[in-house]
Design a protein around this ligand. Structure first.
Ligand SMILES: [Cu+2]
Length: 211
């Protein structure tokens, strides 16, 4: 229920109380990961329909704890086919999915993020009551299999990569062509080595709660 709006806050990385947790979920290279968002619980009203904007997913090593130029964008969805990614998220009962690259064994953080633009026509530093609303969480995963070949390259930092002047951060959703919207942050990462998809992918569900 508390979006992060201060783009200089350390909470940009993994939200508030960013500490390692005891549970890490084992997955395999190439797995499809499904995130499930809820307002207060799974399959509730998810998020108010006024909250329109993109949905993105980043990855970093767990050992980084999200600090430094470590974040790579795995996926992004902005405005397409007449609807925003958040509209689709609501229609999908809070679910969105990403397919992992053919990652080398190791521990990783996944960082799904919702960027709600309904007050993004204002800038937080000029009006702290408004500004873009960012919702993110970090999830610990571990790839045990040694079949993966893709290692993470240098990424961007949270905080750091989002600026108040970014056209995708300061955006008047009510008076702009949504097709002109530019999702903030780096381009989606293209791993240097691609998966041959030789393993049967399993489905994993993670649960995230927010306003
Ligand atoms: Cu809100």
């Amino acid at each position: 229920n508390n979006p992060v709006k201060d783009l200089t806050s350390s909470a940009l990385a993994c939200n508030v109380d960013n500490n390692p947790v005891p549970t890490t979920i084992n997955v395999s290279p190439g797995d499809e990961i499904t995130f499930i968002w809820g307002h207060d619980q799974i399959d509730d009203d998810i998020i108010a329909s006024s909250h329109k904007g993109p949905v993105v997913v980043y990855i970093a090593s767990t050992s980084s704890q999200g600090s430094g130029n470590v974040w790579l964008k795995l996926a992004e969805d902005g405005y397409a086919d007449g609807s925003w990614a958040i509209d689709k998220l609501i229609a999908n009962r809070g679910r969105h999915s990403v397919t992992l690259p053919n990652l080398v064994a190791g521990e990783y953080l996944l960082r799904p993020e919702i960027l709600a633009l309904h007050e993004a026509d204002a800038v937080y530093t000029q009006n702290p009551n408004r500004g873009i609303q960012l919702y993110m969480e970090c999830i610990q995963i571990k790839i045990v299999s040694t079949t993966g070949t893709v290692g993470l390259s240098q990424g961007v930092s949270f905080p750091g990569t989002y600026k108040y002047s970014d056209p995708g951060i300061h955006f008047d959703i009510y008076n702009s062509d949504p097709n002109s919207y530019i999702i903030p942050g780096p381009a989606v990462w293209t791993p240097g080595t691609s998966s041959s998809a030789s393993t049967a992918a399993t489905q994993n569900f993670f649960f995230v709660f927010f306003c």
